[in-house]
Design a protein around this ligand. Structure first.
Ligand SMILES: Cc1cc2nc3c(=O)[nH]c(=O)nc-3n(C[C@H](O)[C@H](O)[C@H](O)COP(=O)(O)O)c2cc1C
Length: 178
């Protein structure tokens, strides 16, 4: 079985999860681990697609959506994973994975499972967010006490437990469906 494991990652959180998943499944199937930034040409067909990305504005980041469009990933068996800035228990994490799921379903893909865990928020982004909050107090990522707390709590993520959870998730998904 041929599996495409493709990820989008700016600051390596999602890459770490992708790598953990890869280590878990590399002996089970013929797996191509791909950073979507480096996928410039049309890829061949796969039996199963595992797509991972970071969360932006409560859904998959733009580069991942562009990748899905240009690679024409439709009517495929797919599993998705994400990293996000908020704790996984927060409704925003559930909304984000649901939004990505909906996006994939709209392209007639068959979603076999999804996973999300927290990823360290790059402190550098706070400078940009501060400026944008100053310009527009209703800015979607406005800097307030809650945002600062999330930055703090997110620091150790993805943790060893997050990575183990990702591995267990993909293991049981493959056992169930393949
Ligand atoms: C520009 C920007 C926008 C973000 N928007 C969100 C968001 O809407 N929701 C969220 O939970 N996290 C958001 N985050 C946090 C990232 O999704 C999170 O830190 C992720 O783990 C980064 O993954 P990476 O290291 O693979 O790039 C945002 C981060 C950046 C830089």
């Amino acid at each position: 079985m041929k599996i495409l494991l493709a990820y989008s990652s700016k600051t390596k959180n999602t890459y770490k999860v992708a790598k953990a998943i890869y280590e878990q499944i590399k002996n089970f199937a013929n797996v191509d681990l791909i950073n979507i930034k480096k996928a410039k040409t049309k890829l061949s067909m796969y039996d199963f697609y595992i797509l991972g990305c970071w969360t932006d504005k409560g859904t998959a980041n733009k580069n991942m959506m562009n990748f899905i469009e240009t690679q024409n990933i439709r009517q495929k068996n797919v599993a998705i994973f994400m990293t996000c800035g908020v704790p996984v228990e927060h409704y925003h994490a559930k909304d984000s994975i649901n939004n990505f799921t909906q996006y994939m379903t709209n392209l007639n893909n068959n979603i076999l499972g999804s996973f999300i865990c927290q990823g360290k928020i790059d402190p550098k982004i706070l400078i940009v967010f501060k400026f944008l909050t100053w310009r527009d107090p209703n800015f979607i990522h406005k800097i307030d006490q809650t945002m600062l707390e999330w930055v703090e709590i997110s620091k150790p993520h993805p943790t060893k437990t997050d990575l183990l959870n990702a591995q267990n998730w993909i293991k049981s998904l493959l056992e169930k469906h393949y």
